[in-house]
Design a protein around this ligand. Structure first.
Ligand SMILES: [Zn+2]
Ligand SMILES: [Zn+2]
Length: 129
């Protein structure tokens, strides 16, 4: 079985609100953390390897403004299937990590979802109606 080590993550920036997609290699992760920042300087995600094959991820959540933490016993899973970051407080999707093609698909879906959410809340073009 071929394991893809190139992964992408898609995250909304809590600072400027833009959707950022980053590609990186799971092999390039060292023991120290690998922080991902938005071009505006806001930290989005911290990721690092643990002893063995473990991996931890800390997310700066765009939805609740808090930090969420995940642990993966095996880093290979991230190169094989899509992982969705769910906000623990609200249960909403806050981002995606996984094979680039799957992340791309999920991002389209997320854009759609957020647009519907905005419509439900009565927000159109950033104005309340
Ligand atoms: Zn930003
Ligand atoms: Zn959250």
């Amino acid at each position: 079985m071929v394991i893809c080590t190139e992964v992408a993550c898609a995250l909304y920036c809590p600072g400027c609100g833009s959707l950022e997609v980053y590609n990186f290699s799971l092999f390039s992760l060292g023991r120290s953390s690998f922080p991902i920042k938005c071009p505006c300087g806001t930290p989005l995600l911290d990721i690092g390897r643990q002893k063995g094959k473990g991996l931890w991820i800390q997310l700066n959540c765009v939805i609740c403004g808090g930090l969420h933490f995940w642990h993966f016993p095996r880093w290979e899973v991230l190169g094989q299937e899509l992982f969705t970051f769910f906000c623990e407080d609200t249960g909403l999707e806050a981002g995606f990590l996984g094979p680039p093609s799957l992340v791309q698909q999920a991002t389209k879906q997320l854009d759609h979802t957020l647009a519907e959410l905005a419509a439900d809340l009565g927000i159109l073009d950033g104005r309340w109606i």
